[in-house]
Structures are given as C-alpha cells and as structure tokens.
Design a protein around this ligand. Structure first.
Ligand code: NAD
Ligand code: TYD
Length: 350
C-alpha cells in the first residue's frame, strides 16, 4: 500500500499524472494537493473524482503546519511535487510569487517530508518535477544533459533552479530520498491558454491575432503530456534515488514552423480553406531575455529505464487541436473572468 501526495494535481501536467496513477494503481491512495490558482482546475479531473483511491486537499504548499497535517493524516509514503507557478511571461511581470511558490513552497514540502519520515526513510521518496529551462539557453547546436551546469535566465527558471538545489541539498544533508526530472515543453489537453499551443489554437478559432514574439525563431522541444506522465510514473517506481533524469522527445520546432503546422491543421479541422488563418500571424515585441533554444537529451532515461515517447508529433498535435476544438466549454470556462484582464495586460500595445 502506498499513499502518494501529488502536488499541483489540478494543473496541466498534474491532472494527467493523477488520472494515470488513480487508474493504474487501485491499491494506492492518491492525494491531490492543490490550492487552485488560476492554473488549477478541478474540471480537469472529472474522470477520477469519484474513485475510491482519490482524495483532494485544497491547500497552499507554503503552509508548513498544513503540510505537516497532510503528511500525518494520509500517512504519506511518497511525494510527486508539481505545484508551481509555471509561466515565464508571468514571472517577468511578478517574480515574487515565483520565488514564494517555487522556492519556499518546495522547501516547505521538503521540510515536512523530512520531519515526517525522519525515523524511517526506507521506501520513501520525494520526487521533484522540474524543467529543462534550468539549464539556460542553447545556441543552434548541442543538447542539455543531466550534467549540464545550471544557467537559468528567467525569473521562472531561476526559481525552479533554486527549488532543484534545495531538493539536492536535502538529499546530501539529511539523506532524504529524492529524485528529480527535468522535462522539455509539454503540449496536450488541459493546458491553460496562456501557453503558446492552446493560446494559438483558441485564437485561430476566434480569428484573433496570433502574437508571435520577435521573429518566431526560438526553438522548443515538444513532448506530449501523457508521455511525460508515463515517464514520471516510471522514474517514481524505478528511478535511482539521488539521480536526475532528463525527459524529452527529440522533437525540436522553431516557433514559426510550429505555428504554421497548427494553422494548417486547425483550418482543416474547422473546414476553412487551408492556410486561411496565416493572415492572423502578428509579430510582436519579443519576450524580455527570451531563451533562444531548448533541446533535451533523454538518452539516460531510455537506456536505464527503457522510456521512449509513444506519440509522433504530427499525431500528437492533431489530437491536441481536436481536443481544444471539441472542448470549447472547458476553454470558455478558463478564459472567463481574470483571463481577459491578463490577456489585455500581456498583449495590448505589445
Ligand atoms: P500549471 O501551471 O498548469 O499547474 C500548476 C498547478 O500548481 C496548478 O494546479 C496550481 O493551482 C498549483 N499551485 C500553484 N501554486 C500552488 C501553491 N502555492 N500551493 C498548491 N498548489 C499550487 O503547471 P504545469 O504546466 O502542469 O507544470 C507542472 C510542473 O511541471 C511545474 O513544476 C513545472 O515547472 C513543471 N514543468 C512544466 C513543463 C510544461 O511544459 N508545462 C515542462 C517541464 C516541467
Ligand atoms: P510558452 O508556451 O510560454 O513556453 P516556454 O516559454 O516555457 O518555452 O512559449 C513557447 C514559445 O512560444 C516561446 O519561445 C515563447 C513563444 N510565444 C510566442 O511567440 N507568443 C506567445 O503569445 C506565447 C505565449 C509564447
């Protein structure tokens, strides 16, 4: 029997992970802890909310007493920590909340785990989910390896790097059993439409401008979110304690090329003449300090644990676009209220 605390389970990646774990491990209790920020949405978890092995706790990971209480109440034996502020543009506007949630929140959880497990660390594991952005930005060649020195460039990546350092420090200092993975950009259903792919699909649908930062030449390495969730499950169960695993699909796309593929597929699915929405492409002021390129080498994960992405990108992006078009109610719900304000602040006069 295992009682696993998943933090940030109402967010994009967390909801896919919770769904996978709840369905795959009926003998585990999966405790989803999330304070439901703008990015957290329980509608993402409708499919599992009635299951006997699923619990939801609304709480802030920065609240130490509450974390102690949750560890004790649910007799937590493993943590998979995803709760975070996750959007680079927001970190440029308000870096403080990133330091608070990502650094202090992670430290708070580490301390709660260490205290609760201090008499018996056997069979316990604190799994920290991180990003490839901690490695900084690549030029046109090379990859990020597990051994690449940290060189974060945005307030978001700096806060994630800080949290990774605390996780390793707890392993080194207190022998807390930890594992870390650093993943490339994810795409798929349930991603909040502030990120490139869902934002652009929604804008194409509504004939709204597609705000391409700079010249659209930045490169990202895209992985289908369910493949990330499978990797987390594998590393949680089979990964070596104290190790780091890079996760990525060897699937690099220049933004503008990816945008053209999205336009082509979305137009086709909407029954529009192919390429009609190209006219929506609007080049806007670049993101401050915009990282040029991310590219993950995930050979270690493949060689040691046998993980490979299951979906080809062409299949994954079509599946994703179809999902957003078919789930307009979900999109309407998450884009009502504060989203409008966010959109205006971020994109007006850019
Ligand atoms: P997300 O923004 O969609 O979800 C974050 C979740 O954390 C939300 O449900 C939110 O309510 C919750 N949360 C935020 N602050 C909290 C707090 N103080 N207490 C409790 N819950 C809180 O993020 P995501 O894209 O699903 O990313 C999840 C994790 O994976 C993050 O740690 C992120 O750094 C990492 N990651 C994301 C990507 C990506 O492409 N999205 C890639 C690699 C790694
Ligand atoms: P994003 O989805 O925010 O992920 P990240 O910055 O963490 O990689 O952005 C992906 C890429 O798309 C990034 O190079 C910035 C660019 N981008 C735009 O050109 N326009 C936009 O409106 C957004 C949100 C992103």
């Amino acid at each position: 029997m295992r009682n696993i605390l998943v933090t940030g389970g109402a967010g994009f990646i967390g909801s896919h992970l919770v769904r996978l774990l709840v369905n795959k491990y009926p003998d585990y209790t999966i405790v989803n802890l999330d304070n439901l920020t703008y990015a957290g949405n329980l509608a993402n978890l409708k499919e599992v909310e009635g299951k006997a092995n699923y619990r939801f706790v609304k709480a802030d990971i920065c609240n130490y007493e509450k974390m102690q209480q949750v560890f004790a109440e649910y007799q937590i034996t493993g943590v998979i920590h995803l709760a975070a502020e996750s959007h680079v543009d927001r970190s440029i506007t308000d870096p403080f909340v990133f330091a608070k949630t990502n650094v202090i929140g992670t430290l708070t959880l580490l301390q709660a785990a260490k205290e609760y497990w201090k008499n018996d660390m056997n069979g316990k594991l604190f799994y920290h989910v991180s990003t490839d952005e901690v490695y900084g930005s690549l030029d046109h060649g090379g990859f990020f390896f597990e051994t690449t020195p940290y060189d974060p460039k945005s307030p978001y990546s700096a806060s994630k790097a800080g949290s990774d350092h605390f996780v390793r420090a707890f392993h080194n200092t207190y022998k807390l059993p930890v594992v870390i993975s650093n993943c490339s950009n994810n795409y798929g259903p349930y991603q909040f439409p502030e990120k490139l792919i869902p934002l652009f699909i929604n804008n194409i649908r509504h004939n709204k401008p597609l705000p391409v930062y700079g010249k659209g030449e930045n490169v990202r390495d895209w992985l289908y979110v369910e493949d990330h969730a499978r990797a987390i499950d594998l590393i949680f169960h089979k990964g070596k304690v104290g190790d780091t695993y890079n996760i990525g699909g060897f699937n690099e796309w220049k933004n503008i090329d990816l945008i053209r593929v999205m336009i082509k597929v979305t137009d086709r699915l909407l029954g529009r003449p192919e390429g009609e929405s190209e006219k929506l492409i609007t080049y806007v002021t670049d993101r401050a300090g915009h990282d040029l390129r991310y590219a993950i080498d995930s050979t270690k994960l493949h060689k040691e644990l046998g993980w490979l992405p299951s979906l080809q990108f062409e299949e994954g992006i079509e599946k994703t676009i179809r999902w957003y078009l078919d789930n307009q109610v979900w999109m309407d719900n998450v884009t009502s209220g504060d989203y409008q304000k966010y959109y205006e602040q971020m994109y007006t006069n850019r």
